[in-house]
Design a binder for this molecule. Structure first.
Ligand SMILES: Nc1ncnc2c1ncn2[C@@H]1O[C@H](COP(=O)(O)OP(=O)(O)OP(=O)(O)O)[C@@H](O)[C@H]1O
Ligand SMILES: [Mg+2]
Length: 224
């Protein structure tokens, strides 16, 4: 048993109360992730994968149970501490990109930098990241609706990395991408893991899961 896990869930339950009855999206999930691990999360649609990632990203609080990040119980953190964690420690690549449609690709990547530093990027980091993910200057001026799905996902990868997070959460990072683009995105994610980032990645694709060193399978809100 690891004594100092980077992330630890203890019996985390998430219930969505709906008029038609409660949905138990996560049912007493416990597991730990060590620093530098690359973990794939698999399981059928509706099994709770995105709900689990939202908990790990502190985008939502558990109904019951505890989530520790770097030994600290997130339940005991105030809003400022949680915002700080989301901005500085965790990078998130969403299942549906979640880019801001009215901002250009460049502005989308710069946005978390602005939130953190309260000033525009004068370090060239946004340009560097866009270059790394293969978005050239002309494309960087486009707004998300003027980009292909694969290009939007590249922008989302760059945005997730702009504040140099130590934990990267990816929800179907290659979903809806052609296999060549999907492979390029996976190469980027694998490279980040080699450089020490801890990665948790939801995928329904066994070939994509094989980039990771460990796979967790979910069913009906539980790890099986
Ligand atoms: N905001 C919400 N309100 C109510 N129920 C929700 C909400 N979000 C998810 N659920 C329900 O919780 C369960 C788990 O959903 P979740 O999105 O985590 O599944 P998933 O494994 O990511 O599925 P997929 O592979 O289709 O993305 C499902 O039954 C879903 O209908
Ligand atoms: Mg999902």
């Amino acid at each position: 048993m690891d004594e100092n896990p980077l992330i630890e869930l203890r019996e985390v339950t998430k219930i969505y109360p709906l008029p038609s009855g409660d949905v138990i999206a996560l049912d007493q999930v416990s597991f730990t992730v060590r620093e530098g691990e690359f973990v794939a999360i698999m399981g059928p649609s509706g099994s709770g994968k995105s709900t689990l990632l939202n908990q790990l990203g502190c985008l939502d609080r558990p109904t019951s149970g505890d989530l520790y990040i770097k030994g600290k119980n997130t339940r005991e953190m105030n809003d400022r501490e949680l915002t700080d964690l989301r901005l500085n420690t965790i990078g998130y690549i969403f299942q549906r990109f979640n880019l801001i449609p009215l901002l250009s690709a460049y502005e989308n990547v710069e946005y978390p930098f602005l939130m953190k530093n309260r000033k525009p990027d004068d370090t060239g980091r946004v340009d560097l990241l866009l270059g790394l993910v293969g978005i050239d200057r002309a494309l960087a001026a486009h707004k998300p609706p003027e980009l292909s799905g694969g290009q939007q996902q590249r922008v989302a990868v760059a945005r997730a990395l702009v504040n140099e997070p130590s934990i990267l959460l990816c929800d179907e990072p290659t979903g809806n991408l052609d296999s060549v683009t999907g492979h390029q995105i996976m190469e980027m994610i694998t490279d980040l893991n080699r450089k020490g980032r801890t990665i948790l990645m939801v995928t329904h694709d066994q070939a994509v899961a094989e980039y990771s060193a460990r796979t967790i399978v979910m069913r009906d809100g539980r790890i099986v």
